[in-house]
Design a protein around this ligand. Structure first.
Ligand SMILES: CC(C)(COP(=O)(O)OP(=O)(O)OC[C@H]1O[C@@H](n2cnc3c(N)ncnc32)[C@H](O)[C@@H]1O)[C@@H](O)C(=O)NCCC(=O)NCCS
Ligand SMILES: Nc1ncnc2c1ncn2[C@@H]1O[C@H](COP(=O)(O)OP(=O)(O)OP(=O)(O)O)[C@@H](O)[C@H]1O
Length: 234
Protein backbone atom coordinates (compact mmCIF):
# COMPACT_ATOMS: atom_id res chain seq x y z
CA UNK A 1 0.00 0.00 0.00
CA UNK A 2 1.17 3.53 -0.76
CA UNK A 3 0.71 5.95 2.14
CA UNK A 4 1.03 9.47 0.78
CA UNK A 5 1.84 12.24 3.28
CA UNK A 6 0.04 15.55 2.75
CA UNK A 7 1.11 18.51 4.84
CA UNK A 8 1.71 22.25 4.79
CA UNK A 9 1.06 25.22 7.03
CA UNK A 10 -2.16 26.34 8.64
CA UNK A 11 -4.54 27.56 5.87
CA UNK A 12 -2.04 26.70 3.12
CA UNK A 13 -4.71 24.62 1.37
CA UNK A 14 -4.33 21.02 2.65
CA UNK A 15 -8.08 20.47 3.01
CA UNK A 16 -8.66 21.93 -0.45
CA UNK A 17 -6.13 19.43 -1.89
CA UNK A 18 -7.61 16.62 0.27
CA UNK A 19 -11.00 17.31 -1.30
CA UNK A 20 -9.46 16.95 -4.77
CA UNK A 21 -8.05 13.54 -3.75
CA UNK A 22 -11.43 12.46 -2.36
CA UNK A 23 -13.23 13.52 -5.54
CA UNK A 24 -10.80 11.22 -7.40
CA UNK A 25 -11.78 8.28 -5.12
CA UNK A 26 -8.55 8.35 -3.10
CA UNK A 27 -9.37 8.10 0.61
CA UNK A 28 -7.92 10.66 3.00
CA UNK A 29 -7.24 10.27 6.73
CA UNK A 30 -7.60 13.76 8.21
CA UNK A 31 -5.52 14.19 11.39
CA UNK A 32 -7.57 17.25 12.42
CA UNK A 33 -10.72 15.07 12.45
CA UNK A 34 -8.89 12.36 14.43
CA UNK A 35 -7.65 15.05 16.87
CA UNK A 36 -11.22 16.33 17.28
CA UNK A 37 -12.39 12.80 18.13
CA UNK A 38 -9.56 12.56 20.67
CA UNK A 39 -10.97 15.63 22.47
CA UNK A 40 -14.63 14.56 22.47
CA UNK A 41 -16.36 14.81 25.85
CA UNK A 42 -15.66 11.74 27.99
CA UNK A 43 -12.79 10.39 25.82
CA UNK A 44 -9.35 9.58 27.28
CA UNK A 45 -7.86 12.70 25.69
CA UNK A 46 -10.67 14.90 27.06
CA UNK A 47 -10.07 13.61 30.61
CA UNK A 48 -6.31 14.27 30.40
CA UNK A 49 -6.82 17.77 28.97
CA UNK A 50 -9.47 18.76 31.54
CA UNK A 51 -7.21 17.47 34.32
CA UNK A 52 -4.30 19.54 32.97
CA UNK A 53 -6.03 22.77 31.87
CA UNK A 54 -8.96 22.87 34.29
CA UNK A 55 -12.72 23.08 33.79
CA UNK A 56 -12.48 26.70 32.60
CA UNK A 57 -11.68 25.35 29.10
CA UNK A 58 -15.09 23.61 28.96
CA UNK A 59 -18.35 24.85 27.46
CA UNK A 60 -21.60 24.53 29.43
CA UNK A 61 -22.34 21.21 27.68
CA UNK A 62 -19.01 19.75 28.84
CA UNK A 63 -17.32 19.78 25.42
CA UNK A 64 -13.94 21.51 25.13
CA UNK A 65 -14.20 25.18 24.15
CA UNK A 66 -11.80 24.79 21.20
CA UNK A 67 -11.29 28.49 20.36
CA UNK A 68 -10.55 29.15 24.07
CA UNK A 69 -8.04 26.28 24.33
CA UNK A 70 -6.58 27.41 20.99
CA UNK A 71 -6.02 30.96 22.31
CA UNK A 72 -4.22 29.55 25.37
CA UNK A 73 -1.93 27.07 23.62
CA UNK A 74 -1.10 29.08 20.49
CA UNK A 75 0.04 31.99 22.68
CA UNK A 76 2.31 29.82 24.85
CA UNK A 77 4.76 27.29 23.32
CA UNK A 78 5.18 25.35 26.62
CA UNK A 79 1.42 24.86 26.99
CA UNK A 80 1.16 23.87 23.35
CA UNK A 81 3.93 21.25 23.70
CA UNK A 82 2.18 19.98 26.81
CA UNK A 83 -1.15 19.64 24.97
CA UNK A 84 0.64 17.93 22.05
CA UNK A 85 2.22 15.41 24.45
CA UNK A 86 -1.13 14.69 26.12
CA UNK A 87 -2.95 14.09 22.84
CA UNK A 88 -0.16 12.48 20.75
CA UNK A 89 -0.87 8.84 21.78
CA UNK A 90 -4.60 9.22 21.00
CA UNK A 91 -3.97 10.94 17.68
CA UNK A 92 -1.31 8.40 16.55
CA UNK A 93 -3.46 5.42 17.46
CA UNK A 94 -6.51 7.05 15.80
CA UNK A 95 -4.54 7.55 12.56
CA UNK A 96 -3.16 3.98 12.79
CA UNK A 97 -6.66 2.44 13.03
CA UNK A 98 -7.98 4.57 10.17
CA UNK A 99 -5.09 3.27 8.01
CA UNK A 100 -5.82 -0.34 9.07
CA UNK A 101 -9.50 0.10 8.11
CA UNK A 102 -8.58 1.40 4.65
CA UNK A 103 -5.92 -1.33 4.22
CA UNK A 104 -8.50 -4.02 5.05
CA UNK A 105 -10.84 -2.56 2.44
CA UNK A 106 -8.10 -3.18 -0.14
CA UNK A 107 -7.19 0.43 -0.98
CA UNK A 108 -3.79 0.60 -2.68
CA UNK A 109 -3.22 4.36 -2.32
CA UNK A 110 -4.29 6.44 0.66
CA UNK A 111 -3.46 9.98 1.78
CA UNK A 112 -2.63 11.10 5.33
CA UNK A 113 -3.48 14.79 5.74
CA UNK A 114 -1.42 15.70 8.82
CA UNK A 115 -0.60 19.37 9.57
CA UNK A 116 2.21 18.31 11.93
CA UNK A 117 3.54 15.46 9.73
CA UNK A 118 7.22 16.46 10.24
CA UNK A 119 6.86 17.82 13.78
CA UNK A 120 5.22 14.55 14.94
CA UNK A 121 7.70 12.46 12.88
CA UNK A 122 4.90 10.71 11.00
CA UNK A 123 6.76 11.55 7.76
CA UNK A 124 8.86 8.39 8.13
CA UNK A 125 5.76 6.28 7.37
CA UNK A 126 4.72 8.20 4.25
CA UNK A 127 6.09 8.33 0.70
CA UNK A 128 5.83 10.50 -1.30
CA UNK A 129 5.40 13.57 0.87
CA UNK A 130 3.40 16.43 -0.62
CA UNK A 131 3.79 19.92 0.87
CA UNK A 132 1.14 22.52 0.03
CA UNK A 133 3.03 25.80 0.09
CA UNK A 134 1.84 29.43 -0.04
CA UNK A 135 3.70 32.67 0.47
CA UNK A 136 3.39 34.05 4.03
CA UNK A 137 1.16 37.02 3.11
CA UNK A 138 -1.36 34.90 1.20
CA UNK A 139 -1.33 32.40 4.06
CA UNK A 140 -2.22 34.95 6.73
CA UNK A 141 -4.84 36.64 4.49
CA UNK A 142 -6.59 33.32 3.80
CA UNK A 143 -6.38 32.29 7.45
CA UNK A 144 -7.92 35.52 8.73
CA UNK A 145 -10.62 35.47 6.03
CA UNK A 146 -11.54 31.86 6.80
CA UNK A 147 -11.44 31.87 10.60
CA UNK A 148 -12.50 35.46 11.21
CA UNK A 149 -9.82 35.56 13.93
CA UNK A 150 -7.69 38.46 15.11
CA UNK A 151 -4.40 39.09 13.32
CA UNK A 152 -2.50 38.35 16.56
CA UNK A 153 -4.23 34.99 16.97
CA UNK A 154 -3.61 34.13 13.32
CA UNK A 155 0.09 35.00 13.51
CA UNK A 156 0.44 32.99 16.75
CA UNK A 157 -0.96 29.96 14.93
CA UNK A 158 1.36 30.40 11.94
CA UNK A 159 4.37 30.81 14.26
CA UNK A 160 3.41 27.65 16.18
CA UNK A 161 4.38 25.54 13.17
CA UNK A 162 7.62 24.64 11.44
CA UNK A 163 8.24 27.37 8.81
CA UNK A 164 6.66 26.48 5.48
CA UNK A 165 9.97 26.98 3.64
CA UNK A 166 11.56 24.29 5.84
CA UNK A 167 8.64 21.94 5.14
CA UNK A 168 9.02 22.70 1.45
CA UNK A 169 12.68 21.65 1.55
CA UNK A 170 11.68 18.24 2.96
CA UNK A 171 9.00 17.54 0.33
CA UNK A 172 9.06 15.03 -2.53
CA UNK A 173 6.34 17.05 -4.27
CA UNK A 174 5.57 20.75 -3.75
CA UNK A 175 2.21 22.26 -4.65
CA UNK A 176 2.46 26.04 -4.86
CA UNK A 177 -1.00 27.26 -3.83
CA UNK A 178 -0.29 30.99 -4.06
CA UNK A 179 -2.33 31.29 -7.25
CA UNK A 180 -5.98 30.67 -8.10
CA UNK A 181 -8.00 27.49 -7.54
CA UNK A 182 -7.65 26.81 -11.28
CA UNK A 183 -3.85 26.94 -10.91
CA UNK A 184 -4.12 24.53 -8.00
CA UNK A 185 -6.30 22.16 -10.00
CA UNK A 186 -3.82 22.15 -12.87
CA UNK A 187 -0.91 21.24 -10.56
CA UNK A 188 -3.07 18.64 -8.85
CA UNK A 189 -3.61 16.73 -12.12
CA UNK A 190 0.18 16.15 -12.39
CA UNK A 191 0.37 15.16 -8.73
CA UNK A 192 -2.47 12.69 -9.22
CA UNK A 193 -0.60 10.98 -12.07
CA UNK A 194 2.52 10.62 -9.87
CA UNK A 195 0.63 9.42 -6.83
CA UNK A 196 -1.47 6.84 -8.67
CA UNK A 197 1.44 5.41 -10.71
CA UNK A 198 2.23 1.66 -10.43
CA UNK A 199 3.10 0.49 -6.90
CA UNK A 200 6.72 -0.48 -6.17
CA UNK A 201 7.24 -4.13 -5.14
CA UNK A 202 7.65 -3.02 -1.54
CA UNK A 203 4.33 -1.13 -1.64
CA UNK A 204 2.64 -4.07 -3.35
CA UNK A 205 3.74 -6.57 -0.66
CA UNK A 206 2.38 -4.20 1.98
CA UNK A 207 -1.07 -4.03 0.36
CA UNK A 208 -3.89 -6.37 1.36
CA UNK A 209 -3.49 -8.15 -1.99
CA UNK A 210 0.27 -8.63 -1.38
CA UNK A 211 -0.25 -9.94 2.14
CA UNK A 212 -3.01 -12.30 0.87
CA UNK A 213 -0.61 -13.73 -1.73
CA UNK A 214 2.11 -14.22 0.93
CA UNK A 215 -0.36 -15.95 3.28
CA UNK A 216 -1.82 -18.13 0.49
CA UNK A 217 1.72 -19.14 -0.63
CA UNK A 218 2.77 -19.91 2.94
CA UNK A 219 -0.38 -21.98 3.53
CA UNK A 220 0.02 -24.01 0.32
CA UNK A 221 3.75 -24.45 1.09
CA UNK A 222 2.94 -25.84 4.54
CA UNK A 223 0.19 -28.14 3.14
CA UNK A 224 2.59 -29.40 0.43
CA UNK A 225 5.38 -30.05 2.96
CA UNK A 226 2.97 -31.95 5.21
CA UNK A 227 1.83 -34.10 2.27
CA UNK A 228 5.43 -34.88 1.27
CA UNK A 229 6.33 -35.60 4.91
CA UNK A 230 3.28 -37.91 5.37
CA UNK A 231 4.02 -39.79 2.08
CA UNK A 232 7.68 -40.29 3.09
CA UNK A 233 6.80 -41.58 6.54
CA UNK A 234 4.35 -44.22 5.17
C1 LIG B 1 -5.92 23.66 20.16
C2 LIG B 1 -7.16 23.16 19.46
C3 LIG B 1 -8.21 22.69 20.46
C4 LIG B 1 -7.76 24.36 18.65
O1 LIG B 1 -8.87 23.89 17.93
P1 LIG B 1 -9.43 24.69 16.64
O2 LIG B 1 -10.76 24.06 16.32
O3 LIG B 1 -9.38 26.15 16.91
O4 LIG B 1 -8.40 24.41 15.46
P2 LIG B 1 -8.26 23.06 14.57
O5 LIG B 1 -8.15 21.86 15.44
O6 LIG B 1 -9.31 23.06 13.52
O7 LIG B 1 -6.82 23.24 13.93
C5 LIG B 1 -6.63 24.14 12.85
C6 LIG B 1 -5.19 24.10 12.42
O8 LIG B 1 -4.36 24.53 13.49
C7 LIG B 1 -3.11 23.90 13.37
N1 LIG B 1 -2.79 23.19 14.64
C8 LIG B 1 -3.62 22.45 15.40
N2 LIG B 1 -2.98 21.98 16.48
C9 LIG B 1 -1.71 22.43 16.38
C10 LIG B 1 -0.57 22.28 17.20
N3 LIG B 1 -0.61 21.57 18.32
N4 LIG B 1 0.57 22.90 16.82
C11 LIG B 1 0.62 23.62 15.67
N5 LIG B 1 -0.43 23.80 14.85
C12 LIG B 1 -1.58 23.20 15.20
C13 LIG B 1 -3.23 22.89 12.21
O9 LIG B 1 -2.72 23.48 11.04
C14 LIG B 1 -4.71 22.71 12.07
O10 LIG B 1 -5.06 22.33 10.76
C15 LIG B 1 -6.83 22.00 18.45
O11 LIG B 1 -6.11 22.50 17.37
C16 LIG B 1 -6.05 20.87 19.11
O12 LIG B 1 -6.61 20.08 19.82
N6 LIG B 1 -4.73 20.80 18.80
C17 LIG B 1 -3.87 19.78 19.36
C18 LIG B 1 -3.99 18.51 18.57
C19 LIG B 1 -3.15 18.54 17.34
O13 LIG B 1 -1.94 18.45 17.43
N7 LIG B 1 -3.80 18.68 16.15
C20 LIG B 1 -3.13 18.64 14.88
C21 LIG B 1 -3.26 17.27 14.26
S1 LIG B 1 -1.71 16.65 13.72
N1 LIG C 1 -5.95 28.63 -4.47
C1 LIG C 1 -6.80 29.22 -3.62
N2 LIG C 1 -7.34 30.42 -3.93
C2 LIG C 1 -8.17 31.04 -3.05
N3 LIG C 1 -8.53 30.55 -1.85
C3 LIG C 1 -8.02 29.36 -1.51
C4 LIG C 1 -7.13 28.62 -2.36
N4 LIG C 1 -6.79 27.47 -1.73
C5 LIG C 1 -7.42 27.48 -0.55
N5 LIG C 1 -8.15 28.60 -0.40
C6 LIG C 1 -8.95 28.99 0.77
O1 LIG C 1 -8.02 29.24 1.83
C7 LIG C 1 -8.53 28.79 3.08
C8 LIG C 1 -7.56 27.76 3.67
O2 LIG C 1 -7.57 26.56 2.89
P1 LIG C 1 -7.73 25.14 3.58
O3 LIG C 1 -8.83 25.17 4.57
O4 LIG C 1 -7.78 24.14 2.48
O5 LIG C 1 -6.32 25.10 4.33
P2 LIG C 1 -5.73 24.01 5.34
O6 LIG C 1 -4.29 23.93 5.03
O7 LIG C 1 -6.53 22.75 5.26
O8 LIG C 1 -5.97 24.72 6.75
P3 LIG C 1 -5.86 24.09 8.26
O9 LIG C 1 -4.42 23.89 8.53
O10 LIG C 1 -6.41 25.18 9.12
O11 LIG C 1 -6.69 22.86 8.30
C9 LIG C 1 -9.91 28.23 2.79
O12 LIG C 1 -10.86 29.22 3.06
C10 LIG C 1 -9.87 27.90 1.29
O13 LIG C 1 -11.15 27.95 0.71
Amino acid sequence: MRIVGLTGGIASGKSTVSNLFKSNDIPVVDADVVAREALKKGSGGWKKVVEAFGEEILLDNGEVNRPRLGQIVFADPDKRQFLNRLLAPYISSGIFWEVVKLWSKGYKVIVLDVPLLFEAKIDKFTKPIIVVWVDPETQIQRLLARDNSSEEDGRNRVNAQMPLDVKRSKADIVIDNTGSLDDLNEQFQNVLVRVTGPLTWYEFWQSRQGVSIILASLTSGVVLCMKVFNNNSL
